[in-house]
Structures are given as C-alpha cells and as structure tokens.
Ligand binder design. Structure first.
Ligand SMILES: NC(=O)c1ccc[n+]([C@@H]2O[C@H](COP(=O)([O-])OP(=O)(O)OC[C@H]3O[C@@H](n4cnc5c(N)ncnc54)[C@H](OP(=O)(O)O)[C@@H]3O)[C@@H](O)[C@H]2O)c1
Length: 284
C-alpha cells in the first residue's frame, strides 16, 4: 500500500510519517519545499514537491497511490482566505482528484473545534456543526465545510472517506502546550481544554487508515480527561493569574468531546489518557 501524506512538515505530520514508515508502509509525502522533504527521503519516503492549492502538483503526487492522509492545513496566523483555500477548497479538490484516480481510501484530519458551541455534554461525531463559541472563525468553519463536502463524496459516490477530529495536540517536544500560556491566562481557572498526545494521534490515524468497513465515519481523537486552565498553568510551571479563580466559564462543554466511538469501533486506548500520564512518562 502506498500512502500519500500531506502536511508532513507540520507538527502532526512529522511525527506520523516516521511511524508509518516503521510499520512497513510505502509513504509519499507532499511538501512545498524540497529541502524540507530530505529528512523523509532519508527515512525511505518518496518525496513529491508541490502546493496543495495547485491541481497539477496534486494530480502528479496522486499517481500510483492507494490511500491519502490529508494532514495539511493553514491555521497558524494565516489570512482567512488562505484558511478557506487550503482547508476547504484544496482538501475537497484533493479528495475529488483521489476519487477520480481510483485511490481507495481517504483519511481527512480535522478538529474538535468544528463542533462549535458546547452541547451541555461531550460532543459526539453525529452532532452537527453549530457555528459559534469563543474559538469560532475561518479555521473551524473551513474544516467543518471540508468534513461535510468530503463525506458527501462518500454518500454520493461511495468513496471511502474517514474523518479524524483531533483535540488540542501536545507532547514530544511540541511547543503547543507552552504556547497555551498566551491565552489560558485569560480563561476562568476551571475552564477546560481537551487534549490528545502526539503518540495517540499517530495510533488513531493508523487505526483509521487500516480499519476495514468504517467508510463514511468520523472519529473524535482525544484523551480521557480534559484539563483545566489551572492545570495547564501547573503543567507549564506558571502561576495562574489570581483573578482567574473568580471568572466563570461561559460554555463548560466547549471543545469537549467523547472518544467512545474510536474506542468501541477501532480498539483505541490512549497511551497517555491524561496530561499527567504523559508528564510522568517524560513525554511532554
Ligand atoms: N495541532 C493541533 O493541536 C491540532 C488540533 C486539531 C486538529 N489539528 C489538525 O491537524 C492537522 C495538522 O496540524 P499541525 O499542528 O501539524 O499543523 P502545522 O504544524 O501548522 O502544519 C501544517 C502543515 O500543512 C502544510 N501546508 C499548509 N498549507 C499548505 C499548502 N498550501 N500546500 C501544502 N502544504 C501545506 C504545512 O506545510 P509547510 O511546512 O510548508 O508550511 C505543514 O506541513 C491539521 O489538519 C489541523 O487542522 C491540529
């Protein structure tokens, strides 16, 4: 099986690709910068150089591919137009081109933020996107539109699309946890963030890629216990602001998801069920 992976140079992709290669999978990475592809070539991957928004380079990268894992996304400080162009337009174009070229399977990497406003309980995969909430904007909106339109390729054409909706990813030296200090200080101390460790993202993507009979299904990829803003400060060794204790969380279920479908369908058990397990293992 040859798998095309986009977004290989990003935080998730650079940790996923080596694990995929270790499993004996033939991997082709789509990278924008040839030099940054060299580390994957050294590990045994094929390297396709191209831009996701360029149909020509996408079609070339798809040649001889059995499955796609679309990890690429534009969301770190990019204009809204770019977020929509990469996360929605280019993702759907990639899925359509893959379908037309006989690619058998397509794993789309999405986010728990697509659920939008909280439901008063953990969000599950059949909950429709409800635009709104404190982090709503071009990123979640464009990812939600991509989920919808890629799943339509399954419903209308039988294409084997699977969606992975990741919580806030951390661990293995990713600065994401430290970066949370830029905004968690403005939260109520009890406000919660759902996390997932990179090792668990990688096992979940592997399960989604290889499981039979889950075409057209979405899966939340999360650990077992959201952490509070207070605990985020604790994990980062930062004193939370005194006023955080008096603040009230406007939506206590915002971004909180259940991982039960991933457990029940695909046998997922998080290697790091909580942030504290990862800390104890020296895996931050
Ligand atoms: N990190 C999280 O906490 C989190 C949470 C939920 C969901 N997710 C999802 O997980 C995925 C990966 O996130 P990440 O944290 O790894 O993001 P990241 O570090 O920002 O990486 C983004 C990747 O996408 C590539 N990319 C962006 N625009 C592109 C384009 N026009 N053409 C080709 N490649 C392009 C980047 O390539 P360059 O290196 O060339 O820029 C990079 O490889 C995304 O789909 C995101 O929505 C992440």
């Amino acid at each position: 099986m040859t798998v095309l992976v986009t977004g290989a140079t990003g935080e998730v992709g650079r940790r996923f690709v080596p694990r995929l290669l270790q499993r004996g999978t033939d991997v082709r990475v789509l990278v924008r910068d040839e030099e940054r592809g060299a580390r994957f070539a050294a590990l045994g991957a094929q390297v396709a150089v191209g831009e996701l928004r360029d149909g020509g380079s996408v079609v070339k990268a798809l040649g001889g591919v059995d499955a796609v894992v679309n990890i690429a996304a534009a969301f770190r400080g990019v204009p809204d137009e770019e977020a929509w162009a990469v996360n929605h337009t280019a993702a759907v174009a990639l899925g359509t081109a893959a379908l037309e070229r006989g690619v058998r399977r397509f794993v789309q990497v999405s986010t728990n933020l697509t659920y939008g406003a909280g439901r008063g309980r953990p969000a599950s995969e059949d909950d429709p996107s409800a635009p709104g909430g404190m982090l709503w904007g071009a990123y979640p909106a464009s990812k939600a539109a991509a989920d919808r339109d890629l799943l339509a390729l399954h419903h209308e054409h039988g294409f084997d699309v699977r969606i992975a909706r990741l919580a806030f990813v951390y661990g293995e030296g990713d600065s994401h946890l430290a970066d949370s200090m830029r905004w968690a200080g403005h939260w109520a101390a009890h406000q919660r963030l759902q996390l997932v460790h990179h090792a668990d993202v990688c096992q979940a993507l592997w399960r989604l890629l290889t499981a039979p009979d889950v075409a057209g299904r979405a899966y939340n990829v999360a650990d077992d216990a959201p952490v509070t803003a207070y605990e985020l400060h604790e994990a980062n060794g930062v004193e939370p602001p005194a006023e955080a204790a008096a603040r009230v969380d406007p939506d206590p279920w915002y971004g909180v998801v259940t991982n039960r479908r991933l457990r029940d369908d695909l046998g997922y058990r998080p290697l790091f069920p909580t942030l504290w397990t990862a800390r104890d293992a020296g895996a931050l």
